[in-house]
Ligand binder design. Structure first.
Ligand SMILES: C[S@@+](CC[C@H](N)C(=O)[O-])C[C@H]1O[C@@H](n2cnc3c(N)ncnc32)[C@H](O)[C@@H]1O
Length: 438
């Protein structure tokens, strides 16, 4: 039974191991899961080398990269253009010498710097009236000099030097991504980042990337699709996927396009907030940062009905009145994704959904169990819900309803494991993640 394996305390759902792993370390995001999770899913499935595995919410590309090292074919879908760029770049097949040559060729332009179009945009750079700005001008200009010079680099080295330019910019940014938002570093005004800091970061990352290219070649073939999983899945060949391991956005109202906004502008994938809005609209409806179409479906099973009724009693107690609608929209999106996934999955296929429970206005939302019920409704068979770790609810989740004494919830991260074929005798029975918590 997988639950015992999870109980060993390994951080399956955290990116901790990625910071030191070749290629993965080129850009690590806090929301990533670990390669060990994919290894566990593979080892307990009937997936064979050469089979197709998929992550419809691949973020920084942990699954496509891990599966490529092991010789599987993979597809990663990611709506955010910057994260899709990260995932694709980590998979580059590139000669280490070409990377060195490319980096050397752009160094003079980094040193000279060139004015950046971002200097006049929102808080990217200091302006007369601003008291906070993300980049000091010399950092932004070094980046822009390098970026423009990289136009003349050909082959896969181009994307790698570009990713290292972004790394260098973000290491010398006055704010850091901190889950839901960007947080300004302590005393950032007293330790101003400049051109030399940028060059040092760039140089050290090019050296690491060069070493990784030497040490860890890619074996499998992977394709990263920059698009909306809610649309992309239905365009794949039926029955071609043998395993899906994925961590969809959590129902926690985080807007990834906001968290990775500086990087998305830096790589020129968007030029205005209007462009960014398009990315938000193509994202799963797990936040209220944009006005998305209202959900229509509401038949998601008994646990959803129970949750919906509890939420209805808290009207007026939400930090945003659209929260109950967001909850419904989230499950509508996941309903579509699970249905489309089944159509492209082979008979022996499994899906591992890594999700977290949530809470709004004192109402706990058992996202893992609701998704399990939705999975069953669209034709999957529930194999197991395994708790990966306990989480403490943020202040936002534990928000108080006036006059009500609300205790902060202990939320959990779980793996919901669904199978395309019925469970055979002797295989694991469905487990309630809450009972495995006790
Ligand atoms: C929890 S993160 C996944 C992290 C990933 N497992 C990794 O290891 O980096 C969820 C991802 O889903 C993406 N996403 C949100 N809506 C999407 C959609 N409609 N289609 C594809 N990706 C989407 C977000 O941009 C985010 O990168």
């Amino acid at each position: 039974m997988l639950i015992e394996q999870f109980a060993s305390g390994d951080s399956y759902s955290t990116p901790d191991s990625l910071y030191s792993l070749p290629r993965h370390r080129w850009y690590v995001i806090k929301e990533a899961f670990s390669p060990e999770l994919f290894n566990l899913a593979i080892s307990t499935s009937s997936t064979a080398k050469g089979d197709l595995v998929i992550d419809p919410f691949c973020g920084s590309g942990t699954l496509p990269l891990t599966s490529s090292f092991l010789g599987y074919r993979s597809i990663g879908v990611e709506v955010n253009p910057f994260l899709a760029f990260v995932a694709r770049t980590k998979l580059s097949v590139c000669n280490p010498q070409s990377l060195e040559r490319a980096a050397l060729s752009i160094l003079p332009s980094i040193r000279c710097g060139t004015p950046s179009p971002l200097e006049g945009l929102s808080t990217f750079c200091r302006r007369r009236e601003s008291d906070k700005w993300l980049f000091n001008r010399s950092v932004l200009r070094s980046f822009e000099g390098g970026w423009q010079a990289s136009e003349s680099v050909s082959g896969p080295a181009k994307n790698i030097v570009r990713l290292m330019l972004v790394r260098a910019a973000m290491e010398n940014c006055n704010a850091v991504a901190d889950g839901k938002c960007l947080r300004y570093r302590k005393e950032w005004k007293d330790n101003p980042y400049g051109r030399q800091d940028f060059l040092d970061s760039f140089d050290s990352w090019v050296v690491k990337a060069r070493d990784d290219l030497k040490d860890l070649p890619i074996h499998g073939s992977a394709s990263i699709i920059n698009g909306d999983a809610r649309k992309v899945l239905s365009s794949l060949k039926p029955k071609c996927v043998s395993l899906c391991v994925t961590s969809p956005p959590y129902l926690n109202s985080f807007d990834y396009s906001d968290v990775y906004r500086p990087e998305t502008f830096l790589i020129k994938a968007v030029h205005s907030n209007k462009d960014l809005r398009k990315v938000r609209l193509a994202s799963v409806r797990s936040h209220v940062q944009v006005k998305w179409p209202k959900p229509k479906l509401n038949r998601f099973g008994s646990l959803y009905n129970q949750t919906r009724k509890q939420l209805a009693t808290k009207e007026g107690g939400f930090w945003d009145p659209r929260i109950p609608q967001m909850v419904q929209a989230y499950f509508e999106d996941m309903h579509g994704v699970l249905k489309d996934l089944l159509a492209v999955s082979s008979k022996k296929s499994r899906v591992w959904l890594i999700v977290s429970t949530s809470a709004y206005a004192g109402v706990e939302i058992p996202v893992d169990m609701i998704l399990a019920q939705i999975g069953e409704r669209v034709g999957w068979f529930l194999q197991e819900i395994a708790t990966l770790r306990d989480l403490r609810a943020s202040g936002q989740h534990a928000i108080r309803v006036p006059g009500e004494d609300v205790q902060p919830f202990h939320l959990r991260e779980s793996a919901v494991i669904l199978s395309a074929e019925p469970l055979r005798k002797g295989s694991t029975k469905p487990r309630d993640a809450r009972s495995s918590n006790q």
